[in-house]
Ligand binder design. Sequence first.
Ligand code: RFL
Ligand code: PHB
Length: 389
Amino acid sequence: MKTQVAIVGAGPSGLLLGHLLKRAGIDCVVVERQSRDYVLGRIRAGVLETVTTDLMIRLGIDARMRAEGLIEEGFNLATDDRLIRIDITALTGRHVMVYGQTELTRDLMDAAPNRDLPIVFEANDVALHDIDGDAPYLTYAKDGVAQRIDAQFIAGCDGFHGPSRRAIPAGAVREFEREYPFGWLGILADVPPCHPELIYANTARGFALASMRSTTRSRYYIQVPLTDRVEDWSEDRLWDELAQRFDPLSKYGVTHGPALEMSIAPLRSYVFETMRHGRLFLAGDSAHIVPPTGAKGLNLAASDVAYLADALAAFFASGDEVGLVGYQARALARIWKAERFSWYLTKLMHRFPEDGAFEHRMQAAELDYVASSRAMQTAIAENYVGLPL
Ligand code: RFL
Ligand code: PHB
């Protein structure tokens, strides 16, 4: 098979890129290792910036998002007994939207057949070849049969564990990493949220986040040591822990209910600056990871592919390579600012095992300052709502 752009990965970045390219009249194919149901079963992001919702609107894949997404005009930072509301809309004139990554992914998958965007699921052993030359190609196996896609460009949208980043020779690589000494244990349940807006809480018992997917579905997280496993946590134990942290803070208190999903995710900051090598371009989690504390991961994937789609469209329209040459620098400028914000919020809101009384006083002083300073609140709101493209 021949195409103009071969896209590895059918997560948000691969699907958004595929739709953006198709809309610009560029031929492309998405190749995904997992099944459709598996991809849709992964519970991840919940908060979308307008950068992301605007892309869905631009694509005309926004009907369900507009009907079901919850517009959030503020969110809260909290200590054990104090809620500090960040009024995003008053401070920035904008808002964010609660709409699950699962829903966004489903909408993009459902729209694919009508727009002639081919997605090959359950493609095994995807490998990238000749990315340094003019004629790169992908190989994979589908139902035991070897396949090959020749392309002019390959887009590596295959997440942190995919093969694209690893196809870049070690000598060309610039990467930066920071690991955190804890993970997030998450629970999803069909119970009403404890509060109308998200709460990020730095409590004496550790960090906790109260989030949601709708007015009837809640998503909570707590900070846990990296040694903890999901099996160590019964649902009752987790609900009790959440109630201890959120009952004093929230409007309605924590409602218990059967878990639809429970999982632990490690926290990491990571940037692989070599986002272009030859005919390969990386986008989304394949090139960078942020700790989830700023809700930036999916939104960065969206800005990467917006830049990349523009650059590829200019190239295919007129041979103009300026966008392709500038892609990495343009994307990294936004990525590093989101890395900084996610790292900042992670440091401010979590209990680090190495921290003592002094560091806790520093966190408390900073949160007290945030509570009293419109300038600080504006800086936080501006980053949370998403920096401009
Ligand atoms: P994805 O979603 O990981 O998709 C990559 C796809 O590539 C496929 N793949 C392969 N395909 C073919 N061959 C191979 N060998 C392959 N290897 C992998 C994978 O199966 C997959 O389908 O990356 P993408 O598209 O770049 O999207 C990134 C986002 O998924 C990620 O940044 C966010 O989920 C991060 N994130 C959040 N982001 C936000 O913007 N707001 C949030 O509120 C938010 N909350 C979160 C999060 C991530 C979390 N976890 C579990 C990491 C909360 C959590 C708990
Ligand atoms: C979520 O709802 O999953 C969520 C919300 C905000 C974050 C991270 C995750 O910062």
